[in-house]
Design a protein around this ligand. Structure first.
Ligand code: 8DG
Ligand code: MG
Length: 141
């Protein structure tokens, strides 16, 4: 183990839920701040809480972070990412929401600089690791 690699912060991997919001052929990304992956573009999302369904987590995080109300959610793929420098390991489950109701609001400015819509074929850089893993898997939203 090199000096730059921290020992695991958690003994077990955690579950993250990423929400792929699709509207007019584009997806919603936010620039992270104040946590690991700061400056990286990520999907709305967060930690799965104890006893929570993945669907409920997706709806909750989407509303908390963007103000959007997700209608029909469909299950997407999942990815697994080790954040070596931070000693973190996440399995991210993706949920897809098409044409949600409402306008996007920056509800957690301490955690996200701004929200923007991007074509899947022209994603910004740098991408948050789980989203880069999803793109690299060949998935098309
Ligand atoms: P919470 O602690 O309030 O539940 O969540 P949060 O404050 O919204 O934290 P977050 O950093 O947005 O997300 C929680 C963790 O989920 C984050 O530390 C890493 C993990 N995570 C993934 N994949 C994804 C993803 O695609 N989007 C987001 N936002 N988080 C993800 O592993
Ligand atoms: Mg979040």
């Amino acid at each position: 183990m090199t000096d730059s690699v921290k020992p695991p912060r958690d003994a077990v991997p955690r579950v993250g839920v990423g929400v792929l919001v699709v509207r007019d052929g584009r997806i919603l990304l936010g620039e992270r701040r104040g946590a690991h992956g700061a400056g990286h573009w990520a999907l709305p999302g967060g930690h799965l809480e104890h006893g929570e369904t993945v669907e409920d987590c997706a709806r909750r995080e989407l509303a908390e972070e963007t103000g959007l109300v997700g209608g029909v959610l469909t299950r997407g793929p999942w990815v697994s990412d080790v954040f070596e420098a931070e000693g973190l390991h996440y399995v991210t489950v993706f949920m897809v929401v098409r044409n949600p109701v409402g306008e996007v609001v920056l509800r957690e400015p301490a955690k996200c600089t701004r929200w923007e819509w991007f074509s899947w074929k022209a994603l910004p850089t740098p991408l948050f690791a789980p989203l880069a893993s999803l793109r690299d898997s060949g998935f098309m939203p």
